[in-house]
Design a protein around this ligand. Structure first.
Ligand SMILES: NC(=O)c1ccc[n+]([C@@H]2O[C@H](COP(=O)([O-])OP(=O)(O)OC[C@H]3O[C@@H](n4cnc5c(N)ncnc54)[C@H](O)[C@@H]3O)[C@@H](O)[C@H]2O)c1
Length: 357
């Protein structure tokens, strides 16, 4: 993480916007960046040490005025080095009402020597990339080996990086997608990298009929709290792996409760407390959960490849720190970004009025 630490007297902040991220992705290639991120998540999370990495459960403001939405903050600290805080807004009406993404985010990185803000980065695309990469690492660990048929429910922004990241760990032979908004389902093909197989677009009713054909399923919807499930799983194959990424709010779940409660289905939480509060695991208590994401990445779970598994992805602040650090690590040698002195210090540290004189 040394790329983001400042010297004791330097309080400058590196601003990295979406054009800087685009420049990084253009420079190294999106596939290369995703592959690197997938490896980094697997490596860092597989060696997760709570004495070296401290994370707080995310909290924030959930509101219904002016409309249903939330703004939350997600902090993680690398002890003795850096604190990362992602601030993320979720406003599911944004795409339809304002032409904006549902999820908007920024990440701040602070030096734990000084408390100074060393970097402030865009994190909307970073969130989509890390959420896709997180699904990819778990898919790689527990899904059926070889080519897969992938199903996707919810074809918005996250669906793009989910499909792309999964395509980096499994060959997608067939891709079947659905969305309550047919036009979003139909536009998905045009938002995917060209090398990915063209999606077959179905209605919800048709989708329920193809569940039996799937090896991996992604649910990435903006379904409202209390309005799930978004899919029926009566004919789920014995080995189906699900990346359930949309349940990240109290009362908001995407999968049928009976399926999640089935003791033969292994539920893999990313962050246990968070999943029990806001994930698919809202239906469960802690003793009913399977191994968490860190345990899955710590060792081999070959037997799970032939079982029904659910990755309960609510989004881990540690993933945000890892992806932001990777972004900075690429941006610095490319001399991207703008250095600003948001926090220029007085020469006399006891004189806050010095800058007025
Ligand atoms: N787990 C994580 O780390 C993580 C990260 C980012 C976003 N998310 C969550 O992922 C979800 C999707 O985010 P996004 O950025 O793609 O949102 P988005 O608004 O871009 O797309 C959501 C899509 O879901 C569709 N949809 C809503 N209800 C549906 C239903 N019942 N069946 C099928 N489709 C339905 C909408 O029409 C829309 O196209 C959100 O709930 C968001 O909070 C999770």
């Amino acid at each position: 993480m040394s790329d983001v630490s400042s010297s004791s007297q330097d309080l400058s902040t590196l601003l990295l916007d979406v054009d800087d991220l685009a420049a990084v992705l253009e420079n190294v290639g999106v596939d290369f960046f995703l592959d690197e991120l997938i490896r980094q998540l697997a490596f860092d999370i597989g060696r997760f040490d709570p004495t070296a990495i401290e994370h707080k459960i995310r909290t924030g403001f959930n509101y219904d005025t002016p409309e249903h939405g939330l703004i939350e903050w997600m902090p993680t600290m690398v002890v003795g080095d850096v604190v990362s805080v992602k601030t993320v807004g979720y406003h599911p009406q944004n795409p339809v009402e304002r032409g904006l993404p549902s999820v908007l985010a920024t990440t701040s990185l602070y030096d734990t020597n000084t408390g100074g803000l060393v970097a402030l980065t865009e994190a909307t695309l970073l969130t989509a990339l890390r959420t896709g990469a997180a699904s990819a690492v778990i898919t790689q660990a527990v899904a059926k080996e070889g080519p897969i048929t992938l199903g996707v429910v919810g074809c918005g922004a996250q669906a793009v990086t989910q499909i792309h990241a999964i395509s980096r760990v499994r060959k997608i032979e067939r891709l079947i997608v659905t969305d309550v908004d047919q036009s979003t389902a139909e536009s998905l093909a045009g938002r995917l990298p060209e090398a990915i197989v063209a999606p077959e677009v179905t209605t919800h009713t048709e989708f329920d009929e193809v569940i039996a054909d799937l090896d991996v399923l992604v649910t990435a919807t903006s379904v409202e709290p209390g309005h799930g499930p978004v899919v029926t799983l009566d004919h789920a194959p014995e080995h189906l792996h699900i990346n359930a990424i949309g349940a990240d709010f109290p009362g908001k779940t995407e999968l049928p409760e009976s399926y999640v409660r089935n003791p033969d289905v292994v539920v893999i939480p990313d962050v246990i407390e968070q999943c029990l509060a806001e994930g698919e695991a809202q239906h469960l208590n802690a003793s009913e959960l399977g191994p968490d994401m860190a345990e899955i990445l710590e060792r081999d779970w070959h037997a799970l490849r032939s079982q029904q598994t659910i990755f309960d992805s609510t989004g881990w602040s540690y993933e945000d720190l890892i992806v932001a650090s990777l972004f900075v690590a690429h941006a610095v040698p490319l001399e991207l970004g703008t250095v600003v002195e948001l926090q220029r210090a007085p020469t006399d540290p006891h004189d806050p009025y010095e800058t007025l004189r």
